[in-house]
Design a protein around this ligand. Sequence first.
Ligand SMILES: [Zn+2]
Length: 466
Amino acid sequence: MQKDGRWSSVPSPSSGQAKFNRRPKSHEPALYREMFLVWAVCAFGFLPGIPPRVAAQSSADKIVHIHCGSLIEGKTGEARSNVTVVVKNDRVSEVISGDAFPGAANTIDLSQETCLPGLIDTHTHVLLQGDVTAADYDEQLLKQSTEYRAILATVNVRRALEYGFTTIRDVETEGAGYADVDVKRAINEGVIPGPRMQVATRAMDVTGAYPLLGYAPNVPVPHGVEVVDGADEGRKAVREQISHGADWIKVYSDRGYRVREDGVLDDIPTFTAEELKAIVDEAHRERRKVASHAIGLHGVHNSVEAGVDTIEHGDYIADGDLKTMVAHGTYYVNTIYVGDYVAQGRAAAGAPVWVKMLSIHEDTFRRAMKAGVKIAFGTDAGGFPWTENPAKEFAYMVKWGMTPGQAIRSATSTAAELLGWSDQVGSVETGKYADIVAVAGDPLKDITLLEHVNFVMKNGVVIKHP
Ligand SMILES: [Zn+2]
């Protein structure tokens, strides 16, 4: 927890992302030029929300040296001992071997720590506070206003950052409208602390498939998604969500899980192939990517065939679909911990299939690794309460066959690639954002150390210090 109230003050001109969001004043021509560049990049359809690199140097540049006992590189997952990371303003300007500036005043001494790139969680719900059972979920949508949920979300994003997650992809608000767009904006403008975000806004499912369900027909209830039926409604919802700030389109492709006698996890697909293809086509046409919640056989198959960009959860994936995922470059975001977290509670509430799904999920995860599918770290945080550290996911990935280095890569360089931000985040390298975390000890020997991140820097700003 940082103590100096840095994030509650007006963002400084050198605070990177906050900088270009300020209203320009007439005596700030340089800033105005930057804003024009950002506008041009956004208007002509490149990376939404990514500021341009600022090359200009001045005496006002803020230089900090971070001396790390070792540094785990996000791209290789390997450690390099005794390294100095030079941070200039919000960016890494150099990575040098040894204690390059001994005794320098502006040094952060992490010589007893292992430094890593800021962690990336590619599957979160900052507007949700855990939903083991349907009752937990319904209560949030029925008894909490969107405004109250947004207030809770500001606490969740601060927690995410303090856990060491400097970037997240939030894959829908669960009935809280476009509140994720506002949370992201408040972070970017330096109003509240939190990770840099990509957001999916409202998500989509078909009539009768997504909670709230089971109420009397004459009682109107809210839904956790935008309900769409038919290819045209799908296209319209994509357009509408993008116009209100969606970086991603999220679809729920299946429901109604049961284990068949041959061990295959069966499901009820929600969208028809035609509907899914229309949604994916429209999103891609507008340079947005599609995340598909797909847990069982048909949901995954239809999603992969429709050309979605990421499969979320994927408890069961047929070998043929794994092959297609490799061929298409589709990412697998596995979310293991949440499955374990909700299993007993859902079984007690009458759905024992959630307990069986864990071993099916493990088998799929191991087959996906063997097939060479790109696996990106994602937890479903919010599906379990934010008081639980999402970094618990790492231990499950290692237990199910990844090396600690592979698990770290999934949450750094691979996750950055999924977001299309490989040139900005995901490794500690010259020119990238100074998003750096550290732990005491060696996470390559004990991956659970990542549940105890004690140093966090985002955009060159120290959020937490040992
Ligand atoms: Zn989710």
